[in-house]
Ligand binder design. Sequence first.
Ligand SMILES: [Zn+2]
Length: 696
Amino acid sequence: MTTTQPQANEPANPLLGPWATPHDSPPFAAIRPEHFRPAFDRAMADHVAEVEAIAATPDSPSFNNTIAALERSGQPLTRVSAVFRALAGAHTNDALMAIERDMAPLLAAHRNRIHLHDGLYARIKALWDRRAELGLTGEQARVLERYAVTFRRAGAGLPQATRARIAAIGERLAELGTAFSQNVLADEQAYALVLEGEADMAGLSEGARAAAKAAAEERGLPGKHAITLARSSVEPFLQSSARRDLREKTYAAWIARGQSGGVTDNRAIIAETLALRSERAKLLGYPTFAHYRLEDAMAKTPEAVAALLDGVWAKARVRAEEDRDALQALAQAEGGNFALAAWDWRYYAEKLRKARCDIDAAELAPYLALENMISAAFDVAHRLFGLSFREVHDVPVWHPDVRVWEVSGPQGRLEGLFFGDYFARSSKRSGAWMTTLRTQDKLAQDKLDGEVRPLVVNVMNFAKASSGEPVLLSFDDARTLFHEFGHALHALLSDVTFPMISCTNVPTDFVELPSQLYEHWLEEPEVLRRFARHCRTGAPMPEDLLRRLIAARTFNQGFATVEYVGSAFVDLEFHRQAEVGPDPAAFEAGVLERIGMPAEIGMRHRSPHFLHVFAGGGYAAGYYSYMWSEVLDADTFEAFRETGDAFDPATAARLRDAILSAGGSRDAEELYKAFRGRLPTPDALMRKRGLAEAAG
Ligand SMILES: [Zn+2]
C-alpha cells in the first residue's frame, strides 16, 4: 500500500500513515478531528496527481496502464475516507460534523473531477470499444465494464456545459445529504422523555425499563428512566407502556424527526433534492431519476419494482386489516373506548401475540443475551464456512465499547478483522449498518506485502444494560445482529483482485441477499437450542417456548410488510415522477392514500427522516431493495431446506464461491444463477412471510 509521507516541516498526521498498529488498522487513539481536513486535502491532491499522470500517459491505453492504474490510485484518500465515515456514523461530535459539512461538496467535486475528465474517459472508452481484442480475464473484463458504465452514468462524454451543470448538482446534493442526516441526528439528540415515577412506567416490561434506565444514564441522568428516539428505546416502550397518552407523545416525537419546523426541518431539503435528482437524470438522458437509478440495479426498471411491490401489497394489506380488527376488538374488550391508532398497534400486537402464540417478550428476553447471540452468529459462520473468531484487545478502537475479533479461515489463514460496536449512544446515528475500514483486494499480490484483508465493522443501537447486568436483546434485535453480520461475511469472505468489484460493491437490490439470508439461521431450532440460554442459569430455552417462538414467526407480518412497502412505494413514486413539487409531505400523503395505507400503521420511515433515501442517497429509488433481495434470500434458504440440512456443506460451499466471495465480479443475475441454476420467483418470499394463503 502506498503511503503519503509528511513534509519535513509538517508534524506527522496519523491519518496519512504509516500505521504501526496490529493489522495496519487505523490508530484511532492518535486521530483527532483537526487531522482530517489536512489529510483529506493532501490525499485528494495526491489522487489528482496520480489520475492526471494516468490520463497523460504517452503509451496507448492498456488495461494495465489505465484501469489497473486507476484501481491502484487514491489509496490514501480511500483510507482517510473510510476512517472518517466510520467516525461520522458511529461516534461523531460538533467538530466532525462541521468537517463532514465542509467535505461533502469537496469530495463530490473530487469525484466529478475524475469521472468527468475528458482525457481519462477517452482512454477508458478506447479500451471498452476494443474490449474483445484485449485478451482480458473475466474479472478484468468486468472491471473495465464497471469503469465504462460508471463514467458514462456520471456524465462523461457529454458537452462541457452539461457536465458543468451535472458537477454542480452533484456538489449541491452532497451538501443536502449531509444536512439531512445531521438534522435527523440533532432532533434525536434533542429529545428525551423522562419518566417520572411508577405511574409513568405502568406496564413497562423489564427490557423496556432496562433500556429506559440505560438511555437516561447515557444522557447524564443516572438513576432516572428516559425514552429517546432510538428505535431500541421507542419500540420496547410502545410495545409495553400501558400509558396511552405517553405512547402517543413518544410516537408523535418519533415520526416528527426532521419535521420540527425549526432549523433542523428537512422538508425543503427533500424538495430540492428531488428536483436536482430529476434534473440530473434528464441531463443524462433518462425520463426520471428512478429510470436512471434502476438501470444499473438488478431490477432494471421502475415497472419491475412496482410489479414486485404491487404483488406483495394486496395480500399484506388484507392480512394487516384482519390483524387491525383483532387488535381493535382486544382494545375494546379491555375497556378501551377509542379507535386504534398508530401508537397503539405495537402495544396491542404484543398482547395479541401473547394470546395467539403464547409468546411473551418478557419470557423470551432472558434467553437472548447479546453475548450468546454474538456467539451464535460466529458459530453459524464456523459451521457454514469454517471461520473462527478470536477476540483481541490490542487493536485500536474509536470508543471503549467497541470489540474486535480476528477472523481466520478453515486453514487458519487470517481472513480479516471484525469490529462490533453494539450500543446506542447520542454520538451515533440511529439504525444498524455494516461498514469497512478497508476492503479486500489482491492488487498487491505481485509485491511482497501480499493480499489486503478487510477490516469490517458492524454498528448497532442496542440498549446498554445497567452496569453488571447482562445485555438482553429482543428477537428483532437478534435478527438485526444476524443481518449485519451477514453483510460482514460478504466483506470478510471477498476473494477478488480489484477494489472496484470487491466485497459489497454489488447492486443494492442484491446486497441485502447475504444479510437477510443470514437471518434464517437465527430461527433454526438447533441454533436456538445451543445459544438461546438463560442469562442467569445457563439453561437452554425450554423446548415448548422454542416451538412457540418459531410458530410465531409469521405473526404480525401483515403490519411489518405494510409499514415497509408503504415506505418503498413513497420512495419509488418520489423518484419516478418528473416533478414532485414544493410540498413533499403532501405528496407522501397522496401516495399513501392512493395505495390505501391503513391509518393505524405508520410508515417504517417517513420522508423527513428517511436516511436511506435522503442522506447521501444510497437507497434513493432503492428502498425496495430489501424486498427484491428477500425474493433471493427466501429462495436461497430453500436450497438448503431442499437438502434436508440447514448447514449442508455442498450448498454452503456453492454459496460461498458463487456469491459471498465473488463480490461484483459478475452481473448479479449471473451470480445468482451460478448458485441456484435459475432465477427465483416471489413464491418463497410469500411463504416466508406467511402471506402465500392470504386473500387479495
Ligand atoms: Zn442490510
